[in-house]
Design a protein around this ligand. Structure first.
Ligand SMILES: Nc1ncnc2c1ncn2[C@@H]1O[C@H](COP(=O)(O)OP(=O)(O)O)[C@@H](O)[C@H]1O
Ligand SMILES: N[C@@H](CCC(=O)OP(=O)(O)O)C(=O)O
Length: 279
């Protein structure tokens, strides 16, 4: 059975969607029909008996529009206030949409510091496992109001890899605004070639991920996705970067179709995500 075929058997899956994939570029407002299609795809995976976690960015983007802030560059307090406004609205939309498919959704707000504290890490892990037993779908985001780490320097790509590591997920899917990893940023270098399979993460590969300045609401870029791949694969979690333009790719990926860039996991016995984060 090839690597793609094996995706059909993945039981515990983390799906991360970025701000730029959730909002209309022109208005910055939530793409409601895409949110509906995303929720339907995740509810379907859950109905197949899989444990599903959604890491959803977008709080800052939603809150920014609600607060009527139109500047591209936000101060940190503005970002934190927008996140506080937007997270409530985003979660309300998710809860409404999941309920239409008879699914319980649950908000889990974490920070990198949650993961660094032994007791908080233990509590977070217990919460996720209990939610799975209830058949619930956790919707995770950074608790931007109390942690600036992720807004300023981090991103939800890394956060989703940390979550995948602590719950021992089988697969992490990062939905982005591009088809996957290229040899260079294709928006800057038309000669860049697509890479569909990464058997092993090497220093040369890590150099391919040019960091793009986060959008005024997003913070990722490909370099953070490769950092996420490093955490996920060392933890025993395969990872895929795919284009979130059509969230139907989730079902096609789970059916073993050759979509996106697949990073093959190699669980490193001595790898500990907490120690990795403390570096
Ligand atoms: N080697 C690369 N392969 C693909 N995309 C790259 C690469 N280097 C930089 N990028 C850029 O990273 C962007 C995707 O990251 P990001 O802007 O964080 O999107 P999102 O928030 O949707 O995940 C791409 O649109 C592309 O411009
Ligand atoms: N907690 C922030 C996360 C920002 C973030 O990581 O955005 P992205 O790079 O689009 O995934 C928010 O919800 O806006």
């Amino acid at each position: 059975m090839n690597y793609r075929e094996q995706l059909k058997n993945k039981k515990r899956i983390v799906i991360k969607i970025g701000s730029s994939s959730l909002t209309y570029r022109e208005t910055g407002l939530i793409n409601i029909s895409k949110l509906e299609r995303l929720v339907r795809a995740l509810a379907d995976l859950s109905n197949q008996g899989k444990d599903v976690i959604l890491v959803s960015s977008g709080a800052i983007a939603v809150g920014k529009n609600t607060a009527g802030i139109h500047e591209r560059t936000l101060t940190l307090p503005q970002k934190q206030a927008c996140a506080a406004i937007g997270q409530a609205q985003l979660m309300t939309m998710y809860q409404k949409l999941f309920a239409e498919y008879n699914k319980i959704s649950a908000q889990v707000l974490i920070t990198k510091f949650t993961m660094l504290g032994e007791k908080s890490l233990h509590n977070a892990t217990n919460t996720f496992n209990e939610l799975f037993l209830m058949g619930a779908i956790p919707v995770v985001n950074e608790n931007d109001t109390v942690s600036t780490e992720e807004i300023e320097f981090g991103d939800n790509d890394t956060l989703s890899a940390i979550v995948a590591s602590i719950i021992q997920a089988d697969l992490l899917i990062l939905l982005s605004d591009i088809d996957g990893l290229f040899s260079d940023d294709p928006h800057q270098n038309p000669e860049a070639r697509f890479i569909d399979l990464v058997p092993e993460i090497t220093p040369e590969l890590l150099d391919m991920g040019k960091s793009t300045p986060g959008t005024c609401v997003g913070t990722g870029g490909m370099s953070t996705k490769l950092a996420a791949a490093r955490i996920a694969t060392a933890s025993g979690t395969d990872m895929i970067i795919a284009n979130g333009e059509n969230v139907g790719v989730i079902g096609r990926i789970m059916n073993g179709e050759n979509i996106g860039t697949l990073f093959i996991s190699h669980k490193e016995g001595d790898f500990n995500v907490v120690d990795f984060l403390k570096k």
